[in-house]
Design a binder for this molecule. Structure first.
Ligand code: DAK
Length: 257
């Protein structure tokens, strides 16, 4: 399948999607977000792929939603235009998704990175929610996900007063997993994706689902959800294989069954 605003590649078992509107710092228009959701869904359904990576270019992961596209819209147009469905679909992938971020990750760009399961950053990455400068607030999860990642005090500063975080700060405050030089961040993100893709697929899927439930549920509901997934895994061939391999001191061969 060919796309207008993104590029797709497969590196071993990692599906890579490059946002590709460099002239406007990968501003996220509706068509791009729909293509991104389609490409992720295609990788999610592809047995040859075990994890996905979303990246931009060295200057910009994405400088936010497309301001030119949004500027003339009324509230009703924003509500009725199908702006939201691409964004919503991205957070619903079953396989792990890693954001490989260099340069600007602002507004919707920061929100897109936070929708991913992990963030690998280059030393030049800049994270922020500058919507306040446009007379609006984050609209794709920024007010909810940022506070969970960095806590209320810093989230307030970032959202109310356009405080930007450098890559090192983002690492220090727990927003990103790892920081690498610009030359290697994408390779490292792909390496991480391939490491995860080599693990037991059903366990990876249920692990992701269980961790994400912590956002939605009380502790006791989350613990019950985790336990059901834990018991379920004892019905898989991979659980028998993993434990047999451990006991026989050999490498496991995962089947995803
Ligand atoms: N939209 C459109 N074009 C953009 C853009 C954006 N977000 N960001 C940059 N560009 C364009 C610039 O207009 C410029 O285009 P030309 O003038 O060359 O035609 C080109 O990219 C290069 O940008 P600059 O010349 O400005 O480059 P600088 O290095 O000087 O500055 C910058 C880089 C990133 C600091 C600056 O471009 C900037 O401040 N950009 C805007 C950042 C921003 O405010 N982002 C938040 C946008 S609001 C929702 C989903 C998502 C959202 C909301 C709801 N739902 C699902 C409901 C998200 C909203 C947002 O993200």
């Amino acid at each position: 399948m060919s796309y207008e605003y993104i590029l797709t590649e497969v590196h071993d078992r990692a599906g890579l999607i490059r946002l590709n509107r460099p002239r406007v710092l990968n501003a996220l228009n509706v068509a791009l977000m729909n293509e991104l959701a389609d490409a992720l869904a295609a990788f999610d359904a592809d047995e040859a792929v075990g994890a996905m990576v979303i990246t931009g270019n060295n200057r910009a992961f994405a400088a936010g939603a497309d301001i030119e596209e949004m500027a003339p819209r009324s509230a009703v147009e924003m509500l009725t235009a199908d702006m939201i469905s691409g964004w919503d679909r991205i957070a619903q992938m079953r396989k792990p998704v890693i954001a490989a971020v260099s340069g600007y990750a602002l507004g919707g760009g920061c929100e897109l990175a936070m929708m991913c399961d992990m963030i690998v950053a280059s030393e030049t990455a800049v994270f922020g929610q500058p919507e306040i400068n446009l007379g609006i607030i984050p609209g794709a999860g920024g007010t909810q996900r940022l506070i969970r990642a960095v806590g209320k005090a810093l989230a307030m500063e970032i959202i109310l007063n356009d405080r930007r975080l450098s890559a090192d700060e983002a690492y220090q405050f727990g927003l990103v997993n790892r920081v690498y030089p610009v030359d290697s961040y994408l390779d490292e993100a792909l390496r991480l994706a391939n490491e995860i893709a080599a693990r037991a697929p059903i366990a990876v899927r249920l692990a992701k689902e269980s961790v994400n439930k912590a956002y939605e549920m009380t502790l006791s509901e989350g613990l019950a959800f985790e336990r059901r997934n834990f018991y379920f895994l004892f019905s898989t061939e991979d659980q028998k294989e993993g434990m047999d391999a451990f006991l026989k001191r050999r490498d496991p061969q995962w089947k995803g069954r």
